[in-house]
Structures are given as C-alpha cells and as structure tokens.
Design a binder for this molecule. Structure first.
Ligand SMILES: *Cc1c(COP(=O)(O)O)cnc(C)c1O
Length: 497
C-alpha cells in the first residue's frame, strides 16, 4: 500500500519512504492511498492473540512493504517485558458500572501513551532507511509539549545510525517531565529548552524541515533529517493497534459481542491519538463516535462544533500540558480524508491557517466531521473536580489529561449505555503535583518527589520506578534557545558549520 501527501505534491511513496521522510516534501502529511479492512471474524480472532500478535496483524495491513517476520521481531522488542508489563501492555479497566472503561496506555518506560509509538518507531525507521537504500545517519528532530520528547529519547537513545535532538517549551512542561528529558542518557541525544510555547517549538522544527539548503548541507555531512513527531506515519500507525486491542479486551471480558458498537474518547492535543482511532474505525473496528476532549485550549472543540478552526486566541498553560496546543497538525490528515481526498482544498485550508491563523471548512466536510466526532472541553477546575469525583465514586485515580476525557465523555454520553473506551494517556504519578490536590485536597508540599510519595501514600498505589528513580539524577542538558536560533543549535550540536 502506498502513501500520498495531503497537499497533492509528488508521487505516491512506500510506507518505508513515508516513514523516512516524516513530512512530505510539499509540506503535507502522508496518508495511506486506501484503507485496509478487517472483517468482524478477523477482529474476533485477534482477541485470541496477545498484544504483540494483534500488533503484527494490524501493522502488516498498513505497512505492506514490511514482512510479517520483520514486524514480529520489532513488536516483540518494542513491547518486551523489560519495557511493558507482559500480561497487560494496554489493559482495559471498568470505570464504575455504566459502561465506561479506561484504556490504560501508560505502562511503558516513560509512563505515557507515546511509548507505544516511540518504542516501535526506531525499528521501523532504521529498517525503512535500509529498505529505501539510504546510507545516512538519521537525525531525529522533535518538538515536544512534554511527553513526546522523553518517549522519543528513550526509544532512540544509543540506536545505531540515529541521533536525536529534542526541543521542549521552556517552562511549559511539568518539572518531572523536564527532568525525564534533561537526565536522559545516551551518546546520541541532545535536549534544548525553547523559548515560547509548544507551537513556537513545533513551528521552529517545521521551519528546519522545510529549509532545503540546510537539508543539503546536512546531506553532504552524511545526515538525513527525520521527525518523531506524530506527523510521521511511523508514529501514528502503532497507535491504531491499541484500539483494536481494547475492543479485543472487551470481547474477552464478555462485555461486548463482536460487532457491538463502542465509543472512544481521547484527550487530544496534536490530534494524533484520536486520528489513530479514526483509522481503526475505518479499518472495520465498530467504533460509533469519536469523542475529542480538549482542555482550556479548546480550538478543536470549537472547530468540531462550528467548522471554523481559529488559532487566534489566548494560549493557556494548563494542568494537562501535553494538550496545550493551538495547532493540531494531524488534523490535516483528517481534513484530507473527509473532503474526498481533495488536496486542493487542504492546501487552501493550510494556506489560510498560515496567513490568517484560521480556516473554515465547507458544509459537506463539517457534516462528515460531525457525523463521527463529538467534542467538548474542560478547564483546570473541572478537571480537578473530575479527578476527585472519579476517585471518590469508583476508586480510580486518573491523571489530568485522562480526567479531561473522562469528563467530556460523561457529558457526551449522558445516560447512553453504549460502552465507551476512554484513552488514559498518562500515569497519575506523572502529574502528581496536580493530581494530589485534586483527589485528596492536599496542598502539594516539597519537591516533585515528595509529591510522588504523598500521592502513593494517599492512594495506596505505588509510584512507577521510572519516575521515582529520577530523584538525584544529574541534569545533562540546560541550554535555552530562541525559536529563531533552533537551526543554529542543531548545527552546533552536529558540528556542521
Ligand atoms: C501527547 C499527549 C496527549 C495528546 O495526544 P495527541 O496525539 O497529541 O492528540 C494527551 N495526553 C498525554 C498525556 C500526552 O502525552
């Protein structure tokens, strides 16, 4: 199966080429030319497999230029028991008894869902380089709102033939998130704080990617730029797997029968995770509605309700920082797919977004969007209240991002009993400073590690070792750069000019 750019430029490319490039040369994002389709019988048979078995089945339909043998090796290494708990890579936990479930995606090495993609991506990427005959060191550039950076560092550290450089917004992450990145080991890693917010960092990285003279200079030195952001198809495709897996878990638990519809609610930022659910749906998974949950940066809520995407608004730092985004890059893929693969229209939206910060989709696109998506948002106070209510009513402790989706899901469902799977994207311990006061009314005292301890005591749960173990680790990276200097920072790190 081949991949094409959402902006219509260039010829179709293989999955391996799409993964090597990240962004298409015309600035668009790669999407599959057609979508694979699973029958209900095939989905039911996935239920008999473990997570890695399900992953091989789903991935092999999308990544047709990889053999099953290759994919099996990669998923077994990516989701190995040294990295994920073997019995429960992506467990589904009932949230009370009204048909809501939490899909826990935070049991990987960095305690957030991005591990699912970023543990696999290094295998996909290095194999893709070989398949496409590229004999270069790949330089991964990442803009992160917090969780991607660490997950990418963890996935790529000391991978032969790769180097990785991460930019996070200075002051825009939790302290633990920052420490996770600045203490990263590995000889091939670099981390910078970028002045401004996540969008500034992301735009800075995008500018570097579209700078052709820079790419040529890098190429002469034996380097090839690539992205581990969710604009890379290799980031998105592993996420499709866990929606299939969640459905299988519900089947195995006897909560649904094959073919029963479910809703899926996702705390959304860059629109990658929820888009993966859309791909699962359009590959045959019986998903009825996709519920897009935002925090106070509710540009997507407004878009789904009105058809106008408008980033001209205040940007807020919230208690769910990984969703503090005003430009949701992956939305471009959905727009392309909803407007009948009309690249001209997508170019129009994106030009308008670049020029005025806004665009409005036509009525047909809005109708198709609203036929599948519901949207809602929650501010920090509502999020904190949801953490508390959920803990008190069900004994389930959710992080701030998950809580946004729990609340928006409740509101979207009302008294509807259709099973709803809520993606839980981070461990509550990753955001202990917010979760502790929300759930237990305790004012956070002391440093982050004191808060981890306090949260463990109050909840009776234990803090993940990957977080508690950061205490006392030396910070290796402390440089802050302005967005305009990001390219120079990369050059200096690679000692180019
Ligand atoms: C990245 C992230 C999100 C947002 O996911 P997108 O795919 O960017 O929409 C939500 N929650 C957490 C904890 C994250 O790390």
């Amino acid at each position: 199966m081949d991949y094409i750019s959402t902006r219509g430029g260039g010829q179709p490319v293989s999955a391996a080429q799409a993964i090597v490039s990240g962004l298409a040369p015309d600035g668009g994002l790669y999407v599959p030319q057609s979508l694979p389709s699973f029958t209900l019988d095939e989905i039911a048979s996935l239920a008999g497999l473990g997570y890695t078995g399900r992953a091989v089945e789903v991935l092999s339909r999308y990544l047709t230029d990889f053999t099953r043998g290759e994919l099996t090796e990669y998923v077994e290494r990516a989701y190995a028991k040294s990295k994920f708990p073997p019995k429960a890579v992506a467990p589904v936990v009932p949230l009370g008894d009204n048909g809501a479930y939490v899909l826990e995606l935070f049991h990987g090495p960095t305690c957030a869902f991005k591990d699912f993609a970023l543990q696999l991506l290094p295998f996909l990427l290095t194999a893709s380089l070989k398949k496409t005959g590229v004999d270069k060191t790949v330089v991964i550039l990442v803009a992160t709102s917090g969780d991607t950076g660490k997950a990418a560092l963890e996935g790529f550290a000391d991978v032969p033939g790769a180097k990785i450089c991460v930019f996070y917004p200075d002051g825009g992450t939790s302290n633990i998130q920052r420490l996770q990145m600045t203490t990263q080991s590995g000889d091939n890693v670099m981390v910078f704080a970028a002045k401004g917010n996540f969008d500034d960092a992301q735009n800075g990285v995008k500018r570097i990617f579209t700078d052709e003279p820079f790419a040529e200079a890098l190429s002469e030195q034996g380097y090839l730029l690539s992205s581990a952001n969710s604009i890379n198809w290799g980031r998105l495709v592993p996420q499709i797997v866990y929606y299939f897996s969640a459905y299988c878990e519900l089947l195995n638990a006897g909560r649904i029968k094959a073919g029963d519809p479910i809703d899926v609610a996702v705390p959304t930022g860059n629109f990658g995770n929820i888009l993966a659910a859309w791909f699962a749906k359009h590959s045959g998974l019986p998903i009825r509605r996709l519920i897009c949950a935002s925090n106070r940066n509710n540009v997507l809520t407004d878009f789904i309700k009105t058809g106008t995407y408008d980033r001209n608004r205040d940007f807020f730092l919230t208690a769910s920082p990984s969703m503090d985004i005003l430009i949701s890059s992956n939305l471009e893929r959905l727009l392309y797919l909803l407007c009948g693969r009309d690249a001209g229209r997508v170019r129009g939206y994106m030009q308008s977004l670049a020029k005025t910060g806004a665009y409005t989709v036509e009525r047909d696109v809005l109708e198709r969007l609203q036929a599948e998506f519901s949207a809602g948002c929650a501010d920090d106070a509502q999020t904190a209240q949801t953490i508390r209510d959920t803990w008190e009513k069900t004994g389930y402790l959710c992080d701030t991002h998950t809580a946004v989706a729990v609340r928006v899901c409740e509101q979207a469902r009302g008294s509807d009993k259709t099973p709803a799977v809520i993606a839980s994207t981070a461990s509550p311990f990753k955001f202990a400073g917010s979760v502790l006061p929300a759930a237990f009314g305790a004012a956070p005292q002391g440093d982050d590690f004191a808060q981890l301890d306090a949260l463990a005591k109050a909840s009776g749960l234990s803090a993940p070792a990957a977080l508690a173990g950061l205490q006392g680790r030396k910070e290796r990276f402390q440089t802050v750069v302005a967005p305009a200097d990001m390219k120079q920072a990369v050059s200096d790190w690679l000692r180019l000019f």
